[in-house]
Design a protein around this ligand. Structure first.
Ligand code: GDP
Length: 297
């Protein structure tokens, strides 16, 4: 299970609290110190941890204890609520244009994050919602990328638009939108090129697409297993090109959970979905409350 170590540590901290009928301020302080350590070890961003602990502390001290809860349970409840808040509270849906207008979604992310796989996973989700998606191969640099998208598109029963690797991505995107309009498709998903690291060329290419095509949603794909790097990458993409949301992949292999907890707080942008495996059906909507419950056990 994802986050097992964080989850286990927090449950140990709370086991002590639960047993106590009355809590002193020192009990709360000691417990929160352990919560802080557990979050830092889980690779949650340092500033996020600091603010989180501060919010819990303020509430735990100021709060009248509800008569139905022991003080220990009260602290756990506050930690849970603050954790949900940290992840954005609400589930965020990907926004579509009204009616049958074409919604253009630009997928971006570093190479290996799972962008091409996730693009196909998303197309499947849209299809079940009654949308008519078109996948577009804008990654003209990685030789296998076009073919990979075609294979995954076929598996999902979703058409894939490609122009090979001799055209500029922005022109491929424009042609794809025309193709979608002619063929009565209403969601165009652009699979753009990633690089191993953030570089100017990649960013400029994405900016060029955004400036010339009416991209309605920009979605960043990041790998949860890279922890704080995933958060830094999200922050940089958001600063440079502006993103509407994040899809966090490989949560099935992420034992720490730091990225899931920090991304919203650092970027202000919601996690939309999580990738939980390699199969095309392994994409789940992100629910902050369920995630907090999973972490806190
Ligand atoms: P891209 O370079 O960003 O387009 O990445 P790919 O889509 O090619 O994915 C890179 C690798 O990560 C592939 O082996 C995928 O099967 C794998 N992958 C993608 N998403 C997930 C996920 O949610 N969980 C797991 N375990 N593997 C994933």
């Amino acid at each position: 299970m994802a986050f097992e170590s964080l989850s286990e540590k927090l449950q140990n901290v709370f086991k002590n609290l639960r047993g106590k009928g009355r809590l002193t301020e020192a009990d709360v302080a000691a417990a929160l110190k352990e919560v802080k350590m557990a979050l830092l070890e889980a690779d949650v961003n340092f500033k996020v941890v600091k603010n989180f602990i501060k919010s819990v502390q303020e509430r735990a001290i100021g709060q009248d204890v509800m008569s139905s809860l022991t003080p220990g349970q009260m602290v756990i409840k506050i930690v849970n609520e603050e954790m949900v808040k940290l992840m954005g509270s609400e589930t965020t849906e990907i926004a579509f244009k009204p009616g049958n207008e074409i919604t253009v979604i630009m997928m971006c992310g570093l190479q290996g994050a799972g962008k091409t796989t996730t693009t196909a996973k998303l197309a499947g989700k849209f299809k079940t919602k009654g949308k008519k998606p078109l996948l577009v191969a804008c990654d003209i640099y990685r030789p296998a990328a076009i073919e990979q998208l075609q294979i995954n598109g076929n598996k999902q029963g979703v058409p894939v638009f490609t122009m090979g690797d001799k055209h500029k991505p922005v022109n491929i995107a424009k042609a794809a939108i025309e193709h979608a309009a002619k063929n009565n498709m209403n969601v165009v998903i652009l699979d753009t090129a990633g690089r191993l690291h953030i570089d100017e060329d990649m960013m400029n290419e994405l900016i060029e697409i955004k400036e010339n095509v009416s991209v309605y949603q920009t979605i960043l794909v990041v790998d949860a297993m890279t922890g704080q790097d995933a958060v830094n990458v999200s922050e940089m993409f958001n600063d440079k090109i502006g993103i509407d949301g994040v899809i966090l992949t490989k949560l099935d292999g992420d034992t720490r959970g730091g990225a899931a907890l920090s991304i919203r707080a650092v970027t202000g942008k919601p996690i939309l979905y999580t990738g939980v495996g390699e199969k095309l059906s392994d994409l789940e909507q992100f629910y902050p409350d369920r995630m907090a419950s999973r972490i806190l056990g």
